[in-house]
Design a protein around this ligand. Structure first.
Ligand SMILES: C[S@@+](CC[C@H](N)C(=O)[O-])C[C@H]1O[C@@H](n2cnc3c(N)ncnc32)[C@H](O)[C@@H]1O
Length: 271
């Protein structure tokens, strides 16, 4: 495995995405429930995106299952699910999560850049917050197109370079840099992931134009943004976010701004 991928595996073995929000021991039912509750408290639109795909009875592949939180939503909705992840712990955790509810998925440790499936297999391919971590994102998107059936849908999210979140971390980084702090922008971006300063995972940020150019092979492309996401775990901004979420008007303003300057590009593409 080449170095960026090996670093990614180190990162998500040590810090599976979302694990920081749970207090119970990893792998317990309470742990998974806490991860799930916090994910959809912060990002209720994620579960809505999944439901809107109407996955019942459809063959769904998830690329980069992580702890299996979104994966299990597809299974609960009656999809026939398959999943891959480069990190063995992710596959182990997703399997555990599914078995706890008596659900099944065809799970593999595999690379998004070389999917272990035949052409034209899936109705839906879903990948949340994964493909900006792989060195050859374009190749991974070609692979997704290859395994989709004609007319099938890809739902992919990628980090947005032109977001409020990036502005919030860029400004203090820039000021510090001017004052002589040698930290590179790359290392600052890596530190957005829990444990990222230590494991240095690969993180790429995309403009809307760059995203569009990755999907030219598809027949339809729809794009929107979500998730203002200003509050890092334990930060003052996170406390503010929680207060906002209790007031419907403030919450809708916060979410509406997220649709302009959100941290996620949300792409629906049809083969
Ligand atoms: C930020 S986590 C997101 C996990 C999950 N989709 C979620 O939203 O919680 C990124 C995941 O992508 C996986 N990953 C990174 N590069 C990959 C690749 N080339 N192929 C497959 N999985 C990859 C990591 O192992 C990790 O589980």
């Amino acid at each position: 495995m080449d170095e960026p991928k090996a670093k990614n595996v180190q990162q998500w073995t040590a810090e599976p995405a979302g694990a920081i929000y749970a207090q119970s021991p990893r792998g317990t039912k309470e742990f998974f429930d806490q991860v799930e509750a916090e994910r959809y408290r912060q990002q209720p639109w994620t579960r809505e995106l999944i439901a809107d795909l109407e996955p019942a009875g459809k063959r769904v592949l998830e690329v980069g299952t992580g702890l299996g939180t979104d994966h299990i939503q597809f299974a609960r909705l009656g999809a026939i699910v398959s999943g891959i992840d480069l990190t063995p712990t992710s596959i182990e955790m997703t399997k555990k999560r599914m078995e706890m509810e008596g659900l099944h998925s065809d799970l593999h440790i595999a690379d998004a850049e070389a999917l272990p499936f035949e052409d034209n297999t899936f109705d839906i391919v879903y990948s949340f917050g994964v493909l900006h971590h792989t060195p050859d994102t374009q190749r991974a998107i070609h692979e997704i197109c290859r395994v989709l059936k004609p007319g099938g849908t890809a739902l992919i999210t990628l980090y947005n370079r032109h977001s409020a979140f990036v502005a919030r971390i860029w400004l203090p980084w820039f000021v510090q840099r001017m004052l002589g702090n040698p930290a590179t922008w790359e290392s600052r971006v890596q530190a957005i992931e829990e444990g990222g300063a230590e494991h240095a995972p690969l993180i790429k940020l995309y403009s809307k134009g760059e995203v569009e150019s990755l999907f030219t092979q598809f027949t339809k492309f729809q794009h929107r943004r979500e998730h203002l996401g200003l509050g890092n775990h334990g930060s003052k901004a996170e406390k503010l976010e929680k207060i906002f979420s209790k007031f419907p008007l403030m919450n809708s303003i916060y979410n509406a701004v997220g649709r302009y300057a959100g941290w996620y590009h949300i792409i629906h593409a049809a083969k």
